[in-house]
Design a protein around this ligand. Structure first.
Ligand code: AMP
Ligand code: MG
Length: 324
């Protein structure tokens, strides 16, 4: 497939370029677009044939549902059978932004979007390019991350291009994703709001609105969030999650991935000062390790607080649970 690549400056959006991608969405094609979390691979939610192409392009298992991206509240009512008050208050507080809500699925949502579940997941991104693309398309956009299934999510246009060139109709380069880990997914159809995937919005922040919110994700049981059962976020290099940086073994062809201060006897990728900086660069550096030819990445496991909870989740998955 011929893939067109266009560059759009989020701070100075050229609507005629947005419309090239919106035409693709309306025409049943695939468009890769930037969001504040990671790059997305989008199609018209209401076009099952277009959505099927997403699964094919990624090599995504068909039982892993997709998030629909919206740009106004009315679209939530097109997608969900019911919109509880609690959901409205969360949307008001966290949208546009990195929070996905799971609601009861409405009659218009094709089976393939929800992978046969009776729920639907919805997010309103804050990224200006994503917003304009959804607005000009005029439909909700179903979009998983724009990586080949199993690889680290793309947070730079180049990484989306590496995985999706030749597999999609158009790729929008809108610069780097600022958050760097995927959205928080909160299930509002269970008795208690339950986080199925941690992200930048934490359980504590949600509980400020809903009174209570728990982290779910019992990996052993039949997953409500099917994404949880697959290998994820893995570069070719072997990844180890490191609790104590003093315990890293000697290993010639390895690189250390960390943030904050520290002196090391080998190559280091330093993601910045804070856990948020680390989140923003985690996937970027996992891919970079492959580009630079390292066989192993020793990556610092951050504290279990704030966005560190999401970083730990991604890192432990990409390490396949290997911890030092
Ligand atoms: P991705 O878009 O690739 O970041 O993946 C979306 C994540 O949201 C996956 O982990 C899905 O399993 C999860 N998800 C999407 N829709 C639903 C849903 N209706 N119920 C449960 N989990 C969902
Ligand atoms: Mg993904």
């Amino acid at each position: 497939m011929n893939t067109e690549i266009i560059k759009i400056d989020p701070n100075n959006i050229d609507i005629s370029l947005i419309d090239r991608a919106a035409d693709v969405i309306r025409g049943g094609g695939l468009a890769v677009f930037p969001t504040e979390t990671v790059y997305g691979l989008g199609a018209n939610t209401f076009d099952p044939a277009a959505v099927a192409k997403i699964y094919a392009a990624k090599g995504r298992p068909s039982d892993n549902p997709l998030i629909s991206h919206v740009c106004r509240l009315e679209q939530v009512y097109e997608l969900a059978a019911e919109v509880p008050n609690q959901a409205l208050r969360l949307m008001e507080r966290f949208w546009g932004g990195p929070l996905t809500v799971i609601l009861k699925r409405g009659a218009n949502v094709p089976d393939i979007v929800s992978a046969g579940l009776d729920t639907v997941s919805i997010r309103f991104p804050s990224h200006a390019v994503a917003y304009e693309l959804i607005r000009r398309s005029g439909v909700p956009i179903a979009a998983p991350s724009a990586n080949l299934s199993g690889s680290p999510s793309p947070t730079a246009a180049r990484h989306a291009i590496d995985d999706m060139y030749g597999r999609v109709d158009i790729i929008i380069d809108g610069g780097d994703s600022l958050i760097g880990v995927e959205s928080t997914v909160v299930d509002l159809t269970s008795e208690v709001p339950t986080i199925l995937r941690p992200g930048a919005v934490t359980a504590d922040q949600i509980a400020e609105i809903t009174g209570v919110c728990v982290y779910g994700g019992d990996y052993a049981n039949a997953p409500k969030c099917p994404g949880m059962k697959y290998t994820h976020y893995s570069p070719r290099a072997r990844v180890w999650a490191v609790k104590n940086m003093d315990d890293i073994p000697r290993d010639g062809n390895s690189v250390i991935l960390t943030y904050g201060a520290g002196d090391y006897d080998r190559p280091v990728y330093n993601a910045g000062e804070t856990a948020a900086d680390y989140a923003a660069k985690l996937f970027y550096f996992l891919r970079r390790a492959d580009e630079d030819g390292y066989g192993t990445v020793y990556a610092r496991l951050p504290e279990e607080e704030g966005i560190g909870i999401a970083v730990r989740n991604r890192l432990l998955k990409s390490a396949g649970g290997k911890v030092i």
